[in-house]
Design a protein around this ligand. Structure first.
Ligand code: NAD
Length: 323
């Protein structure tokens, strides 16, 4: 166990979002003090409503672009978990300042606020989208050059480089995580969520963006949180990046089959829009090399297919089959 076992007061950006709201529950269960800082652009008050009023929990509705507010709110915490970002990748390719502002500039603001308030430890949610169409599958952390194919991926990669520079120039310590596709209950977007919505509208036919052969590695939100804390506690590296996901993957057509099965639908016609990618910026094949995390003693408890099924069941309000 590293020196990080003593952390108590967590400043969590993006804590009203999908991953963040799960993180709040786990931190409060571990009796930590948690301040969520979120502008509710994609996060929802309902996702943290049940935590409001619990001892040690504070919610601040504010923007990461509001520098004075951010610094004031961050003061007095032991470490920062920075999840706040635009997460609508297609929207970011149209509104070209969305990722620049809510990811890259926002991260710069977080780093400056840490410097101003004397907080040195940062956990950051990066993404497998930074690999773009990776030259090596499964992709290890040290391949390059990294050439993202979305403004979201580019913005996250820019954050990684900024964080690295701040670690070296200003003595911050950072654990950066390149997440695979994180899934679970409370998701507001993503392929599982979209398929459910489409099938609720029309149970006979499902439009699938692309040729359905795109393959992603899905992993459960609890595994994601467990992996972050495992690296935080077990790696003393000053500034490091970790792939976080499971070793298996699921093709988009298989996701559609699992969702249809869980909705009790048979004979759904799949109609493909065609092409290797579902949309501009969609990486057709993503698979992370997770051996670095394995060497730290961590691996995901659920396979990609299990994660898809569990997430579908949670979104549909059905009991969870794999725990
Ligand atoms: P989410 O959209 O549910 O959460 C993002 C949160 O950030 C939201 O609550 C939103 O309101 C908040 N936010 C956005 N811009 C803000 C701003 N300017 N000021 C304050 N708050 C702001 O998404 P999520 O899936 O929970 O993702 C959490 C983090 O993990 C994000 O950084 C995302 O890029 C990263 N990530 C997620 C996945 C995934 O599959 N879910 C994969 C890779 C990386």
């Amino acid at each position: 166990m590293s020196s990080n076992s003593g952390f108590e007061r967590c400043f969590l950006t993006g804590g009203a979002g999908f991953i963040g709201s799960h993180l709040v529950e786990q931190l409060l269960a571990a009796e930590k003090t948690v301040t969520v800082y979120d502008n509710l652009s994609s996060g929802r008050r309902e996702s943290i409503e049940h935590s409001l009023g619990r001892p040690g929990f504070t919610f601040i509705e504010a923007d990461l672009l509001d520098v004075p507010k951010l610094q004031e709110a961050m003061a007095g915490h032991d470490f920062v978990i920075h999840l706040g970002a635009n997460t609508d990748i297609p929207a970011g390719n149209t509104d070209v300042r969305l990722d620049l502002e809510n990811c890259t500039i926002a991260t710069h603001n977080v780093l400056e606020a840490m410097r101003a308030t004397g907080i040195s430890r940062l956990l950051f949610s990066s993404t497998s989208a930074g690999y773009g169409e990776a030259p090596k599958i499964p992709s290890p952390e040290d391949i390059g050059p990294l050439l993202p194919i979305s403004l979201y991926g580019a913005a996250k990669l820019a954050c990684e480089t900024l964080i690295s520079a701040y670690c070296h120039v200003f003595n911050l310590q950072a654990w950066m995580f390149r997440f695979a596709n994180v899934v679970g209950g409370r998701m507001e977007h993503g392929v599982i969520h979209d398929f459910i919505e489409k099938l609720e509208r029309n149970p006979q036919e499902l439009e699938i963006l692309g040729d359905g052969q795109q393959e992603k590695s899905f992993f459960l939100v609890e595994d994601c949180i467990d992996g972050m804390f495992s690296a935080f506690h077990n790696s003393d590296a000053w500034c490091d990046v970790f792939n976080l996901g499971c070793p298996s993957g699921t093709r988009v057509t298989r996701v559609a089959e699992i969702v249809a099965e869980e909705m009790g639908l048979s004979d759904v016609r799949f109609r493909y829009t065609g092409g290797r990618s579902g949309w501009v910026g969609d990486v057709p094949l993503t698979r992370l090399d997770v051996s670095k995390m394995k060497k730290l003693g961590w691996e995901a408890k659920h396979t990609s297919n299990e994660a898809v099924r569990t997430a579908a069941r949670r979104l549909l309000g059905i009991a969870n089959p794999v725990g």
